[in-house]
Each structure stands twice: as structure tokens, then as C-alpha cells.
Write a protein of this length. Sequence first.
Length: 256
Amino acid sequence: MRIILHLGTGKTGTTSLQAAMDSLRDQLLAQGIWYPDNPHAEDDSHHLLIGLYGEGLNEGAKIPGSPSIQRKDMRAKAHEFAKYIHSQAQKIKPHTIVLSSELLVPSQRKDVFRLTEALCPITDDIQPVAYVREPADWYKSRLQQSAKGCAFHKPFPTPDIRTIFERIESAFKNRILVRKFARQDLIDNDIVSDFLEGVLSVEAKNFEYQEISENTSISGESAFALIVLGDVLSRSGNPIFRLRMKWFRSWLKRNQ
């Protein structure tokens, strides 16, 4: 038995992949591949495992997909989830378990070892996998996503991917598998097909699924317009202008 630990990174189609894997759960299981359901989550990810990081989370932090879990309960719930995966794997007996959460990219080396300690009782054959995007392309996508959410600040700079990968490789015996995220380089120009064939080594054509586009960014032109207007809004106390901005923002989201 092995675990494929998909760690994102962010803005590489991770949300769409998680939604597709969730929809393909039964088809994958028929081929010995299990994408665990998360009894504590409202989405398709395994973000709950970030609770293992404990004090690495900010005060008042919430786990996306599991907002009802209090910070003080996160580590216990994360360990409970790891035990659930272990017990179910003993019953199902898949040859591959797929876990996916871009939030598990560690901020500290000790975080990775906590994750290892939780997963190793299941199997010590753990293959970390990550997709990476060209820095300029990544930053542009983050900027568009920020504008879509009407957060008019500049996004964080490109993360130090090399340092992150070194932390991951220090804890797992398998070197991290890195694949390039660029639409033209993905198998069938699709993240799901690329993951199925390039990572899981199964033929995508054997699976029935619809291309799922989750968490898509708005266009560059729309992002620019929102950022400019947001900058003006931040300097204005005019309530009429604010109402017009709210209308424009709603219209823009409806027409993407």
C-alpha cells in the first residue's frame, strides 16, 4: 500500500482536482485507488490534516471546509481523521490512497514530521507530489484571484518553493514528484487527466467525469478594473460611489 500525498501547490488546479477525485471515488476504488471521504469536512479536500501542525496555526484559525472545528480541537480531529483513514484502509485494502491539500505545504520542518508520524502507521511508502507554476504566471493568477474576492491588496510574493520542497524531502523516504502546471504541458491540457495518467498511472479515458472548473480567476482586464476602482474606493468616503462600486462588482462576477 502507498499514499500519494498531493500538496498542491496553490493556483495549480488543486480545487478542481479535489472535486474531480471526489466524484470519481467509486470508479477509482474499482481500480484499487482510494480517495478518502472526510467525515469532518464540507468540501472535497483533506485540509483537516493541517490540524496536526497545531501551534503553527494562527489564533482563531479555521480550517477551510471544516469551519465548525475550533482551534483547540484541530489536532485531535486531525489525528482522528488519520486513524479513520487507517481503519478504513484495513477494510478496503486499496493499493493506493490519495490525499490532497495544498494547505499541507509546511511552514516549519517540524510540521512535516508531525504529518509523517500520523501517516506512517498507515504505510511508510508515501509519495509527495506537487505541481508548480511559472512565478510570473502564478503571481498573475493570485492577483486575479485577489481581485475576484474584492481584496484589493497585492498578493504575497511567490513562495520559496525550493525551501518548501527541502522540508518535505527531509521527512519522507521518497523524493517529491514535481510536475509542471502549464495548460499546454498537461496531459490532454487538463489537470485531472494529468494527475490520473502522470501520477496514478491509469488511463484517463477509462474514467467518466466532467471537466470541473473550481475557484477560477477572473480575466486580467476585469482584475485590473477592479484593482483600479478599489484603489479609488479606498480613498473615497462618498457613499454613492461605494454603492456604484458594489453594483459593478456584482455585475462583473455575474458576467465572468
